[in-house]
Design a protein around this ligand. Structure first.
Ligand code: SF4
Ligand code: SF4
Length: 546
């Protein structure tokens, strides 16, 4: 143990006059970032190898004969580093000038404008005026296949895209061809990136506007987008993402780093799976009455009438149909209401499923899993059984003839007949869209989708993950936990219902031992494993696809 009392696995150094202590093996670039100092960089990315080729992260290290590339220079005890010395700034200024010799400076029409690292660094450190008078080299635009376009004139040749496809996706489809100022990125064979399951990540990591998404092209300026921490609802892996929204619509998904779940990446299936969140035709106000007798009403009226009807039917047999697209809080409140109302004979859910999974080599946890819904494990832990059928396959045998209470949350029943629920004494349908099979519902209640509320999902690792609200709900739609929690509390007579998502989460923790010990605030935006994630997920394994 060194006599200064520090743990031996750390080193202490000075960066721009600040004392910094970092784990042994940390690069100068990472050490500076940890102290809030951004050293410009293009080729370095924390999820890839570091070739030290872009030369914009050069810094001065006391005692070294020349400037050092900070991305591959390991921090040493007692080192004195200057990222902002005259020599370092002058050298980087020269490197940026070279990058701009052939760059088209088409920022006003570039999709990356506002989040481009060439724009940012040149603005911060570059020359005010270029000195090159020669005509610029012109490559034009290349369709790389899939969702990806390549603008070679904007490329800074950092090779992040090449290395991602090789090192992370295990699918080396990109390479550098030619040399010097003629060098461009190109695809092997005609196939390009078509059919590559993780290609969207190259657009995320390209530091400039050289690789852009066709789907997002000219859709929104970067500075008009709001970013909300969330979870991908594409499958039960639950990759951490940001929802980028504008005009109360989701415009795109971007991966959010979580080394426990998805590293820095996400799959293309998940990236493209947000359109359902924006689907128009939403239910906007509560309705009461079956078929042609159905009338819109308000929440006070509908909850009063529904409460009275539940009291009349108290003790009846209850069948509950949930959905693994719905957060834990809503499913737990659905269960609480069912238990307060009568004898629960079935609690089921159906899940949309893919034919196969799509693993990412080197990231055994990042898989486009078979269950194409984010909360299959949460539903299992909350006592819901998988119905033998998948969404779109019929199933739900015997429910059509049920003559007790039928509660449906989130399953649109599109594959069910118009007779569905006709013989139920009380049929309550909570959803985002109306459905022909809900024609026999006595009450149709508009609820928010996950992007319009905050809450939690449990992923296939048994990790409870929080997401935040990104969109305004339509009309008077409310979170399912708020509506169902109020009814359950009124029926059971057990005190005021939760009025916030953290209260709804606390209520489910109290009622379901698998969630014991979890605290909504402590989950943060990174989530946390269930106390006994292994046992809990084993219990839920029966809920997941084989
Ligand atoms: S296309 Fe983008 S990520 Fe690929 S080498 Fe060029 S600048 Fe780097
Ligand atoms: S693996 Fe699943 S959760 Fe992750 S991005 Fe793909 S679809 Fe979304």
């Amino acid at each position: 143990m060194p006599d200064n009392g520090r743990k031996p696995e750390t080193v202490a150094l000075t960066i721009d006059g600040r004392e910094v202590v970092v784990p042994k093996g940390t690069s100068l670039l990472q050490a500076a970032a940890g102290a809030g100092i951004e050293v410009p960089h293009y080729c370095y990315h924390p999820g890839l190898s570091a070739p030290a080729q872009c030369r914009v992260c050069l810094v001065e290290v006391e005692g070294a004969p020349k400037l050092q590339p900070s991305c591959v220079t390991v921090a040493q005890d007692g080192q004195v580093v200057r990222t902002d010395s005259d020599e370092a700034l002058e050298m980087r200024k020269g490197v940026f000038e070279f990058y701009l010799v052939n760059h088209p400076l088409d920022c006003p029409i570039c999709d990356m404008s506002g989040e481009c690292k060439l724009q940012d660094y040149v603005f911060a450190e570059g020359r005010e005026h270029g000195r090159a008078h020669e005509p610029k080299r012109v490559f034009g635009r290349d369709d790389f296949g899939g969702d990806v376009l390549y603008y070679g004139d904007r490329c800074v040749m950092c090779t992040r895209c090449v290395r991602f496809m090789e090192e992370v996706a295990g699918d080396p489809r990109l390479t550098v061809v030619e040399r010097g100022s003629r060098a461009v990125i190109d695809t092997f064979f005609d196939q390009g990136l078509e059919g590559a399951s993780f290609a969207g990540n190259v657009v995320d990591i390209c530091p400039v506007g050289a690789l852009v998404s066709k789907e997002f092209l000219h859709k929104a300026r970067a500075w008009d987008l709001d970013h909300t921490p969330s979870v991908c609802a594409g499958c039960s892996q639950g990759c951490n993402v940001e929802l980028h929204t504008r005009d109360n619509l989701v415009q795109r998904l971007k991966p959010r780093e979580n080394q426990e779940v998805n590293g820095h990446w996400m799959c293309d299936y998940g990236r493209e799976s947000y359109e359902w969140i924006n689907r128009p035709g939403r239910l906007e106000s509560p309705q009461a009455g079956r078929g042609s007798r159905r009338k819109p009403t308000d929440w006070r009226d509908v909850l009063g009438r529904l409460h009275a009807r539940l009291q009349e039917l108290r003790g009846a047999e209850v069948i509950v149909i949930g959905s693994p697209l719905w957060p834990n809080e809503g499913l737990a409140a659905l269960d609480a209401l069912a238990q307060a109302a009568g004898q629960v004979s079935r609690r089921v859910f159906r899940s949309p499923r893919a034919q196969d999974e799509d693993p990412l080599p080197g990231f055994p946890l990042l898989i486009r899993r078979r269950d194409l819904a984010p909360n299959v494990d949460g539903a299992g832990l909350l006592g819901f059984d998988r119905d033998g059928s998948d969404v779109g396959e019929g199933g739900l045998d015997g429910v059509a003839a049920h003559d007790g209470i039928l509660l449906v949350l989130g399953d649109e029943l599109r594959d069910q007949s118009e007779e569905f629920g006709a013989s139920a004494a009380l049929f309550v349908y909570l959803g985002t869209h109306d459905s022909p099979a809900a024609a026999n519902a006595d009450f149709v209640l508009p609820v928010t989708n996950f992007a319009e509320q905050e809450g939690t999902f449990v992923n296939a690792q048994g990790r409870v993950q929080r997401f935040q609200q990104a969109l305004r709900p339509p009309g008077t739609a409310r979170p399912a936990w708020l509506v169902l929690g109020a009814l359950a509390a009124a029926l059971a007579g057990n005190g005021p219902p939760p009025s916030r998502a953290d209260g709804a989460f606390a209520a489910l923790v109290a009622a379901h031992p698998a969630f014991a010990g979890l605290d909504y605030d402590v989950l943060g935006v990174a989530g946390a494993p269930l106390a006994d994630a292994g046992a809990a997920t084993a219990a839920a394994a029966g809920q997941r696809a084989p």
